[in-house]
Design a protein around this ligand. Structure first.
Ligand SMILES: [Zn+2]
Length: 268
């Protein structure tokens, strides 16, 4: 083996990393979830935040997180905002009492698919921000084609400390810096590996590793080499590989730094 290869090999063994956005309880994993989780742990996965998208789904997300020794986030996705039960805030608050729950989310605004009316999305988002601030538990925020409105809402609200993460960040470096200034981490996953996604790699470079959380959003958003297929938590290693190229540091160092960030935000 030539020296360069030895170095590369050394860089990828003994990885430690976090997946701060997964949906392991979704039906796509129902046939082989134990294998999926084993691959995650064997490849160096040390922390996983399993994310709910509505009340019932959040209850399931917590159950699965417990089963594998992970953490969970409970919340109402913008898509599900139009169908929230009247007592959704009380029910979220009740779930947060469980130490498995480390965040409120995913919540936010999605003007790309517009599956709930925008005024309803804003209202349900705002009430989850207020709940997170009152309970001082971080937010997992989903924003798609709604950066302007989401920023306006978040910047004029009281926020938990630390505020949380802008998950699957998809805007430019200017937006990234604005959210970092509010105290948010920037959630980076599969899309950073897409050849044409220079905009996202520029944003990553500008905010620096100290403001980044790694995530998959599995079963969605697989890295380039698995596009069109199911994503899974162990594929964080391909995200680390890409980040390693951007920052000129080895994947081991990137994995450890972003794991530390994750434990700092979701520290319950
Ligand atoms: Zn998600």
């Amino acid at each position: 083996m030539i020296l360069e290869e030895v170095m590369k090999f050394k860089g990828v063994v003994n990885l430690k990393f976090a997946d701060t956005h997964a949906h392991i309880h979704f039906p796509k994993f129902k046939n082989d979830l134990d294998d999926v989780i084993n691959r995650f742990k064997e490849s160096g996965g040390k922390f996983l935040l399993n994310i709910g998208v509505n009340i019932e789904d959040s209850e399931i997300a917590v159950k699965y997180a417990k089963r594998y020794g992970f953490k969970a986030a409970v919340g109402i996705h913008p898509h599900d905002s139009k169908e929230v039960p009247e007592d959704f805030l009380e029910r979220l608050q009740k779930m947060v009492a469980d130490v498995t729950v480390a965040a409120i989310g995913e919540c936010g605004l999605d003007y790309y698919r517009d599956l709930s009316p925008r005024d309803v999305q804003r209202e349900v988002f705002q009430s989850q921000i207020d709940l997170a601030a009152a309970l001082n538990i971080p937010l997992v925020v989903h924003i798609r084609d709604a950066y302007e409105d989401a920023y306006e809402i978040l910047s004029s609200s009281e926020l938990p400390n630390p505020p949380g993460v802008i998950h699957a960040f998809s805007a430019d470096e200017e937006w990234a810096l604005k959210f970092v200034k509010l105290g948010f981490f920037i959630g980076i996953g599969g899309p950073v590996t897409y050849p044409k996604n220079h905009k996202l790699r520029d944003a990553v470079r500008i905010v620096g590793i100290k403001n980044i959380l790694t995530e998959t959003d599995c079963p969605y958003l697989p890295p380039q080499r698995f596009r069109g297929k199911r994503n899974e938590p162990s594929y964080i290693k391909y995200v680390l590989e890409e980040l390693s190229g951007i920052f000129g540091k080895d994947p081991k160092e990137i994995g450890e730094a972003t794991l530390k960030n994750a434990l700092e935000v979701f520290r319950r």
